[in-house]
Design a protein around this ligand. Sequence first.
Ligand SMILES: [Zn+2]
Length: 381
Amino acid sequence: MIHQLAEAAGEQIQATLDLLSAMVEIESPSDNKAAVDRCVAFVADKSSATGGRARVHRQKEFGDLLEARFGPQKSRRKPVLLLGHLDTVWPLGTLKNMPFRISTGRVWGPGVLDMKAGVAMALVAISILQEQKKLTRPVILLLNSDEEVGSNVSRPVTERLAQQCDAVFVLEPAQGLKGAYKTARKGVGNYSVRVQGVASHSGVDFERGHSAIVELARQIERITQFTELDRGITVNVGTVQGGTRSNVVAAEAQAEVDIRIAKAKDEARIGKHFRSLRVFDNKCSLHVEGGLNRPPMERTRGTVALFKRAAAYARELGFTLEEAATGGGSDGNFTSAIGVPTLDGMGAVGEGAHAAHESLLLEHMAPRTALLAAMLADAGE
Ligand SMILES: [Zn+2]
C-alpha cells in the first residue's frame, strides 16, 4: 500500500508546491485578522474542493478557525485530528524581501516551514487517499489562527475536537534537518515580576530612595535559581525594564520570565517558588503574576505507539524516522495533556522557523506526505 502512496505523492509534488506557494503568498500574521481570514478562506475553498465539509469558526480578535471534515460521515471508528495553524510570525510585506522561491533544493518564504507546508501536505495526503479509496475513516482538519500568540482563543475548540478523536497528528515542522517526529514537548509559561520602590534624587536625597531596580536585581538572582536542568525545568528572565533617568533612584522595575517544564507535576513546584518570593527591602513592594500557558506534552504510551507505527512505515519508504523531544510548545501540548495520543512534527523538514532563513528541504516533501497518508489510512487500528 505504502508504495502506491509514495508514488502518488511524488506525482503530486508540483501540485503540493503550487498549493504551498499560493498559501505563502497570502501573508497571515497572527495580529492581522483580515489577513489571516483571507488565508483561512483560501484553504477552506481548497478543503471543499478536496471533498471536505468545511466549517469556519468566526473569531472577533484573531483570525477565524477552519474545521474541515473528510472521509465517511458515519463510521464505527473515531476520527483522527489533523492539527495545524495558518497564522505566521511574519508581518505583512515580508514577501518583498523574502519571496516564495525554490532554489538549492529548498523552498523558501515566510511561514513556509512553520507551517503552511504541513497544511499543503495534509490536503495532498487526503486527496491521494480519496483517489485510492483508502480514506476509510473520518479525518478532521483543524487550522488555528492564533498559535503564534499562545492559542488562547483556539484552545477550547482544539480540546473539544481532540476529545472526539483517538489520535492527533500535528502538522508542525519536524525537528532538525534529520526530521525527527516529536513525542514530547515542554510546557510553557510566563511570569511577570513587578517591583514598586521609592523614588528620590540620587544626589540630594539618595538615602530616602528605595531602588526598584536593585530590588528586582536581587529577585532575579533568586528566580534564576528556580532552573533545574536535570528535571527539565528552565526559567529565563527574558526582559527587564525599569527606572527613568540615571539621577533618579528608580521607583519601578519589571521583568518578564519564560518558564519551561517537562513534567506536568512540576507546574505546582514552579508556582510555589514564585509565590515564595519576598522583598529584600521592605520599603519596596513586589507583584508577581503568571502561570502555565501550555501544559507539557509528555511521552505517553499512546504517543509512543503512534511513533512506532510511523517509524515502521518510514522504513518501508526507505528512511529512518527519529524521535525527539523539544522545549518548544505547540497546540499538540493541549491535546496530549487531555489524554489523546498525539504525534507532532508531521509537517515539513527544514530549518529557520521564525528566522530569515526559514526554508524546507524539497526532497523530503513527497516521502513525508506519503507517510502522513499512510498514518491517516490506518491510525488507531
Ligand atoms: Zn507552528
